[in-house]
Every structure is written in C-alpha cells, then in structure tokens.
Design a protein around this ligand. Sequence first.
Ligand code: EPZ
Length: 418
Amino acid sequence: MNKLEIMKSSKLRGNVKISGSKNAVLPIIAASILTNEHCFIEDVPDLTDVKNMKDILVNIGVEVDWDKKNKLLDVRADDIKSTDMTCEDIGQKIRASVLMLGPMLSRKGKTKICMPGGCVIGNRPIDLHIKGLTALGAHISMEHGYIEAIAKKLIGAKIYLDFPSVGATENIMMAAVMAEGKTTIENAAIEPEIVDLANFLLKMGADIKGAGTDTIIIEGVSKLHGVRHEIIPDRMEASTFMIAAAITGGDLTIENIILDHVNPIIAKLEESNVTVEANDDRIRVKSNGIIKAVDITTLPFPGFPTDMQAPFMALMSIAEGTSVIVETIFENRFMHVGELIKMGANAKVEGRSCVIVGVNELMGANVYASDLRGGIALLLAGLCAEGKTVINDIKYIERGYEDVVEKFLSIGANIKKY
Ligand code: EPZ
C-alpha cells in the first residue's frame, strides 16, 4: 500500500500544466466502441481509472493502443468478441464501467456488467440510467450482482431525469445516437464533460442538439465513423492546484485551463481574499496567507462542484472565521472530516452540512484517504500543517491525479511517495 509523506511546505510557486479530464475521457473511451473505425483520443491522462477502462475494452476484444508518452489512445472496436464484461478483477474496480451499457446496447444489442458497487461517498444508485435505457427499449435485469441488458432495437424516446445525473445523461446519449428516431433528454446534466462527449459524438457523425443545456435532442443515425478528439483539461485538477496556491500563501500559474469551467472556484477563492488573474488558457493564483472563511453549497454545474467540496474544506480549516459547507449532491461525502479533525481542524458535521471554525494552523498526522477528492484534500492540508503528514492508501488519489507527486514537487511542495 503506497503512502505519501508531506511536510509543511513553503509557499508553492511556479507553473503547473493541467492534464486531460478524467471525467471527460472515461465516457469518451466508452463511446469510442460505437464505431468499427479508429478513434484517436488525445491528451489522455495516465490514471488507474483510464487503465481499468482500457482493460474492460481489451477484455471484450476491442483493439486499444495506449501511447502514454504522447498521451494518445487509439481505440478500434472492429470486432467486439464478447458482450460479457463481468470479469471480477476489472468490472468491480471502476464505477465508470456502467457507462458501457449505452454503447454496448447501441453496438451489440446486449451486454452484462457487474453492478457498480457503491463507494464511500454514497450508494451511487443507477436507477436513472436504467430508467432512460428502458425508455429507449432495453430490457434490464439486475440479479446476483450483475446487470444484464438486452435491446433488440433501440427506439428514440422522451426521457425526463428526476436529477441531472452526469452518468445517466451520458449513458442515454450513447444509447440514443444510433436509436431509431428522436430522443429528448429533459433535465439533462450540463457539465462540461457532457459537452465534450457530445462534441466527440458529433465528430463521429451523430445528430445532437442542446448539449450543455438541460434539454438535449438526439436524432438517431445509422452509422458512426472514427474520429480524432482532444480531451478537455481537467477542471478538478486545475481547481485543486488553485486551492493549493491559496492554502500555502503561494503564487501559482496554472496552464491549460478553460476559464468557464472553473468560475465557481474563482469566485469562492476571491471571496476568501485570494487574488486570481485569469487570461486565455491560464490562471495565476496568489495569496498573502490570510484566508477569509466563506460558505459553500455544492450544486450541479455551474454551481460549486461537489468534487471540490473536500479540497475547499481543507482551505476553510485554516481560514479566519466560520464556514458552513453544504453537500447537496452525495449523501455521504464528509469522510475526510474525521481525518481533517485528526490534523487539528475544528469541524462538526450536522447532516448534509459541516461547520468549520478556522484554526491558526493544522498539525501533521497519520491519516487515511477513503476516496479520490477526500484524499487530495488531506494532501492540501498536509502542505500547510506543522510537521509531517502521512496519507495512507494513495491509490484513490492516483485514480484522478496524473503524476501528482511530480507536479507538486515541481512547484516546491515537500512531498514524497513510499
Ligand atoms: C460523475 O459521477 C463524476 N464521475 C463524479 O466525479 C461527480 O462527483 C459526479 O458526476 C457529480 O458531478 C465521473 O464522471 C466518472 P451523478 P456520476 O450521476 O455520474 C444520484 C470524482 O471524484 N444518482 O451526477 O456517478 C447519485 O447518487 C467523481 O471525479 C441517482 O440517484 O454522478 C448522486 O447523489 C466522484 N440515480 C447524484 O445523483 C442515478 O441513476 C449525482 O450523481 C444516478 C445518480
């Protein structure tokens, strides 16, 4: 089990380049099996989630060539040999395997996957995925921990999502692009990753209107062709480094960023007395070390992203004043609070809210990461905590942050992996 050791670090300074987005590349890898031609996906981050998604495709006979040096993934689903993706050692490893339902129904008319387990941030139901795919004509059974889906023919439908689920929107889009007739998704997710997936599908020849709005209209087409597509930058990685500059009183320039994707973080950092200079595809974040407490409520895009709730809580732990953080997206996304308290944070969870009274300084401690964003929050806390912080089980962090140690070392963090 790999660990990270972080010592209190001086002000982080310099430049850091953001990698391609994990949450954009995973659905796009799934979508690449919708054609039997080559799909060249660029700026693919080297993450364990990407490796697991690649392995799922290889296991069913899809040709995947991953040129990690050039961040290029070449996928060719010429002959999908199997529709059974239940091999335990992979199917269970990644929740995003549920995103294979739509593409496999589109391409093969059937599939069998492991039920995506829940995780520490919540039980992660997939009822909205099932509702949408069933509306398109799929018959889906769930038993013995497996999901079996069959659709002799996918026929366009009008689908209303009770919640603007990112994954459900993506699955329905991928099932609808070659269905017969028109599909309307109402109350669709509008996250940037939805738009990136739509752009990928449009390049393949799909007929999609309204991606990025709450109503997406798809006219089914008979065939899709191969494409070349560059993944958008990872807005969560970018936001993480913005918070890292703030928490260490540093001065960082973050390159390869789409400003519209990080507006909530910019707004909240500026409210916290942090200076943000944004231009083109880079952002400079400076802090004089005095952080003011602010309140946040997580919401679907363009609200404050749930994925940045834990990292922002690390910052509020050392702010002047009291901050109230409300988590409205997931029912159990405060697993990091106990670990921050071990480091001296003054925090109290009450239902979906957490009240944090800022302290002068956190203390290094031996802490445990239990999910991706909670793990990176502990890394950020370790950067400003007195003494040594050891983060156990960093596999979660490595799921979503490419070259995380190298990137932090390059801007002056005192960090090592062992
Ligand atoms: C995506 O997860 C992201 N993952 C998550 O990022 C992100 O936190 C989440 O969207 C919200 O923005 C990927 O894109 C791979 P949802 P997803 O469906 O699609 C409930 C990270 O750290 N829901 O929008 O699973 C669900 O329980 C990860 O990078 C249903 O009730 O999120 C949750 O409360 C964590 N029924 C809420 O909706 C469903 O059928 C949001 O889920 C589906 C979801």
